[in-house]
Design a binder for this molecule. Structure first.
Ligand code: TYM
Length: 343
């Protein structure tokens, strides 16, 4: 981490089921960063509608993410918390950046390929250009750092490419208008912590995801102690004993996942977790992991349940956050338009 204050931006989609992957891959880092940096955290509702969302549920899902942020320790006095659609600069900048990004770049995005599968032709155009909106989210704040899970790395790299191409394409205008060589900041991905990719409880080679049909594949922050216990009990494992060294684990993906989750939640190194459980039965590891998850995740879920229906409280947080966010994003958009020759 660098010693100067960073401007941090990140977002989470309100597509229901805030889960352990979101928590360990992103939210834990969001909380850690907020004390020493300028942090901006966004509920990316415009991203979520790239696949159909039930309008009745969307509002609640936006509040669920906001409640999840607060219950996990984000403080609206320290971090800017808002939802994307209330700051229109995101959508407008996204259009401008659509005209900078190249089709070839988007064609390389693995997440679109995974999500679309064989149904590419039937996907929304929004799902295809989604990484450009993500670039607009980040570049509108000239964010220097973007804490995310590993699955978002390629999208941040695309944001860097878009920023760089803009800086090159409009170099002379940028110099003339701002007296600087570059306009957009190239954001750095921050993919840190012991678990940058939490895997499905049913398939150690698949990412834990809110869009997976079976709820048994993930731990949701709103799960009860019984649900957590049941999901961990039924989590896929193999029949070998737990080895002594990481190097001996090989391709035992489900074991790696359970150990990583344990390490992430307990704040220990994976190697230390392994030595604690080596030679023991899986049932022993599963019981210990269940206890740990119940102890750490259930209080967050309980707090979320307490505040999720406090619509005014959550609404105010988002509204205040949107005002602060807009104060940063608006001048950046205006300057971008001026550089392009639109204003
Ligand atoms: P989303 O909503 O899918 O996920 C939110 C965050 O959680 C992380 N994450 C995971 N980390 C580890 N293991 C997992 N199984 C796992 N599943 C999800 C994601 O990496 C992410 O950090 N496109 C983004 C949202 C976004 C955004 C942005 C992020 C929109 N604009 C600007 C950063 C900056 C997304 O769909 O994340």
């Amino acid at each position: 981490m660098c010693d100067r204050v960073m401007r941090v931006f990140s977002g989470i989609q309100p597509s229901g089921n805030l889960h352990l992957g979101n928590y360990l891959g992103a939210i834990v880092n969001f909380v850690e960063l907020q004390d020493a940096n300028q942090c901006i955290y966004c509920v990316v509702d415009l991203h979520s509608i790239t696949v159909w969302q039930d309008p009745e549920k969307l509002k609640r899902n936006i509040h669920e993410i906001t409640a999840g942020f607060i219950a996990s320790g984000l403080d609206p006095k320290k971090s800017i918390i808002f939802n994307q659609s209330s700051v229109q600069e995101h959508a407008e900048l996204s259009w401008l950046l659509n005209c900078v990004a190249r089709v070839g770049w988007l064609n390389r995005m693995t997440q679109f390929k995974e999500k679309a599968g064989k149904n590419k032709e039937k996907m929304s155009v929004g799902l295809y250009t989604y990484p450009v909106l993500m670039a607009a989210d980040i570049l509108a704040y000239k964010a220097t750092h973007v804490p995310v899970g590993e699955d978002q790395k390629q999208h941040i790299e695309l944001s860097r490419d878009i920023a760089q191409k803009f800086n090159i394409d409009f170099h002379d205008r940028i110099l003339e208008i701002t007296a600087k060589d570059e306009f957009f900041v190239l954001p750095e991905p921050m993919i840190t912590g012991p678990v940058t990719r939490v895997m499905s409880l049913r398939d150690g080679q698949k990412k834990m995801s809110s869009s997976e049909l079976s709820d048994m594949t993930r731990i949701n922050l709103l799960d009860t102690a019984d649900q957590i216990s049941n999901k961990i009990k039924k989590a896929k494992t193999d029949s070998e004993a737990i080895p002594e060294k990481m190097i001996e684990i090989g391709d035992r993906y489900e074991l790696i996942n359970l150990l990583s989750i344990y390490a992430g939640i307990s704040g220990q190194r994976k190697e230390d977790v392994l030595s604690e459980f080596s030679g023991k039965q899986f049932s022993y590891l599963k019981e210990a992991l269940t206890d740990l998850l119940v102890q750490k995740i259930c209080p967050i879920g309980n707090e979320m349940n307490k505040i999720i229906d406090e619509k005014e409280y959550l609404g105010n947080i988002l509204q205040e956050g949107a005002k602060k966010a807009r104060a940063i994003a608006h001048p950046v958009l205006e300057e971008t338009k001026k550089i392009i020759g639109l204003a």
